[in-house]
Design a protein around this ligand. Structure first.
Ligand SMILES: [Ca+2]
Length: 173
């Protein structure tokens, strides 16, 4: 039976303008004691709505907004299902993706996975709801000092990859 052990669904790109701005620009803001925001420099104000903020990257910026999560021991050596949901928009090429990795403090990769949004999103210049998941096996999630990183990226192609309302849920299988 699946058991939801860890809900880190964050609406950090939601909310009122004042609150959003504060959160968006406080680097490494530790929201729960167990997670931080990463790549907050990619968060910009929405041209169409001054109350809204979202993450925008191109193939030069590469690394977009996301989360660094301290993996508790209770989740190590377990199969984890990581569920990602967001609103996404591509402007020229649908090459954006979500990256999921587990890293030791020296950034040695214990796990690396990706989910290209092109599998679901075909249209350009329109915000689309996106949801996908990835399974990390227990062997890829060893009992070591580690963090789980989840962020968006664009490594190739023209234009911008935009992400809003980025939420993550981790389920122990
Ligand atoms: Ca937003």
């Amino acid at each position: 039976m699946k058991k939801v052990v860890y809900l880190v669904a964050l609406a950090v790109l939601f909310g009122c303008a004042k609150e959003e701005k504060k959160k968006a620009y406080e680097l490494d803001l530790d929201l729960t004691g167990e997670m931080m925001q990463v790549n907050t420099q990619t968060v910009i104000q929405d041209e169409a709505n001054a109350n809204n903020y979202y993450s925008k990257v191109d193939s030069l910026t590469k690394y977009g907004y996301g989360y660094k999560i301290v993996l508790p021991d209770s989740l190590k050596e377990k199969n984890l299902k990581v569920i990602i949901s967001a609103d996404v928009k591509e402007t020229e090429s649908v090459t954006g993706e979500f990256i999921i990795s587990i890293n030791e403090p020296n950034m040695n990769n214990l796990y690396w996975g990706n989910r290209p949004v092109g599998a679901q999103v075909k249209d350009l210049n329109a915000w689309k709801p996106y949801k996908d998941s990835i399974i990390i096996s227990s062997t890829q999630n060893p009992k070591k000092n580690s963090h789980l990183y989840i962020f968006n990226s664009k490594f190739s192609g023209g234009g911008n990859f935009c992400v809003d309302n980025f939420k993550v849920k981790i389920i122990k299988q």
